[in-house]
Design a binder for this molecule. Structure first.
Ligand SMILES: *[C@@H]1O[C@H](CO)[C@@H](O)[C@H](O)[C@H]1NC(C)=O
Length: 130
């Protein structure tokens, strides 16, 4: 039945990229924290591409992914991990606001002392200038 095979193709298009993210998260080859944010972004891009950017065909899937991502997976630490990963930070055209906010939230949580936080801000300026 063609409908069955269409559903199989749909499932493969959606799950292929997501399985890569899961391998990264569960794998032990490298510490994943600095890579999760980017991997999720890349997976969603791959999914939209596989549907030739026809949003009607994947918006329902994105809705499900976003809910999962927001309530279960996404946390400021992933943003901080992206920010502090030189591989992404120095090759990005621009830094996502969500990423910067994640880093700032982590610093705020980990470092209650304001004068030490100011020192970290100074260091961040140096980091940004590489
Ligand atoms: C904050 O850190 C500074 C510098 O390390 C230290 O001199 C100061 O006592 C700390 N303040 C508090 C409230 O812990």
């Amino acid at each position: 039945m063609p409908l069955f095979w269409n559903n199989v193709v749909f499932s493969l298009k959606v799950s292929g990229s997501l399985v890569c993210v899961l391998c990264l998260v569960d794998g032990e080859r490298k510490p994943p924290m600095g890579y999760i944010y980017e991997a999720m972004d890349t997976a969603k891009e791959a999914i939209s591409k596989s549907f030739k950017w026809d949003e009607n065909r994947y918006e329902e899937i994105f809705r499900i992914i976003d809910i999962r991502w927001n309530i279960q997976l996404h946390c400021p630490l992933h943003g901080a991990g992206w920010f502090l990963n030189p591989e992404f930070f120095y090759s990005a055209k621009e830094v996502d606001e969500e990423v910067t906010n994640g880093l700032l939230l982590c610093i705020e949580k980990l470092v209650p002392n304001v004068s030490i936080r100011c020192k970290i801000d100074d260091e961040l300026v140096k980091y940004k200038r590489a």
